[in-house]
Design a binder for this molecule. Sequence first.
Ligand SMILES: Cc1ncc(COP(=O)(O)O)c(C=O)c1O
Length: 402
Amino acid sequence: MDTATLRHDFPALDRTVYGKPLIYLDNTATSQTPACVVEAIEHAYYNTKANVHRGVHALSQEMTLLQEAARERVRSLINAAATSEIVFTRGTTEAINLVASSYGRLIPDGAEIIVSVMEHHANIVPWQLIGRGITLKVIPMDDRGVLDLDAYRSLFSNKTALVAVTHVSNVLGTVNPVEEITREAHIHGVPVLIDGAQAVSHRPVDVRAIGCDFYAFSAHKMYGPTGVGVLYGRREMLEKMPPYQGGGEMIGHVTFQHTTFADLPFKFEAGTPDFVGIAAFHRAIDYVASVGYDNIEQHERRLLEYATQRMTAEIPGLRIFGTAPGKDAIISFLIGDSHPYDVGMLLDKQGVAVRTGHHCAQPLMQRLGVEGVVRASFALYNTLDEVDAFIAALRRTASMLQ
Ligand SMILES: Cc1ncc(COP(=O)(O)O)c(C=O)c1O
């Protein structure tokens, strides 16, 4: 993998901040976008912008074909059985809220939902919003950030209605054994939702191999546009679920007395979708495929190992949160008792973009016994030279704060 050449695909990486070359290590929050994706957006706005599934005219048909080709591309990306199982949403958050609002209506009052201690708020709060006495049961983890699967097995009861866990932790980088988690849930007849927001840009995902009932992710974390996400839902699940929002596109026939609904997946896609973004997401998926997941995984592992080893050796008072075997290239850390915000600010002034705070995972912060952490997260375009510059900036930061 030729990272130096590949970086030219990402114009944002050439910019400077405060006169320093940008070193973008906030990829977990969102990745940068390759020119081909921006060009796909531009092309659609200049040439094919017309509302989808509504027109007999040429532009509408072209745009519809582009959107539906993207749906097929997403299907093949995650090996879903059919495009009818691919629902476009605004992002992972909306995908999970869709399941909570819709599937949530099918589960009884007082039901239990199993989540893990490392969930993003997007996989906690939507379940709480169902109300009706529904409670969360939490899978604990050890100090490395590995989920305790024995404890998980003991959480099932006759009230368990769903298991909802993250594939990859956005703080710890832990890659959870989602196949095993799903298998166990299915033994109990309980469906499983996987939050794949941090997985799809780094590793191949096969929803049928995992066996999960739902899988949610966002385009913008996968080199794609903002405002587009995906909910994969197994057909039998989606079929029995009521619509999430009402409006155009999702209907079969409407009278003032009664409405029938469109077939899958359109039953869950009320209103005008972000068809331009969806078409551009197709290009992002092709881009990732052209680089290749093997190359991406290998490259990011090298960055992770090199950065971890140098940080540990050279930064006094460093604490890393998340040391699970096989973790993804996400390093959350603190330096002595320095406030994460101060570390982030000082790094920023040196051109290094990291994220600080609770990372939308306050229950996890509580488990770690901290208010927040600094997080450096890597993508396919980061280089070992950038790690060197990051370490140099971190050393300067540590000495300023001590
Ligand atoms: C694990 C995880 N789940 C869900 C989300 C929410 O994604 P979005 O804001 O794109 O909906 C994120 C975003 O950081 C995440 O890391």
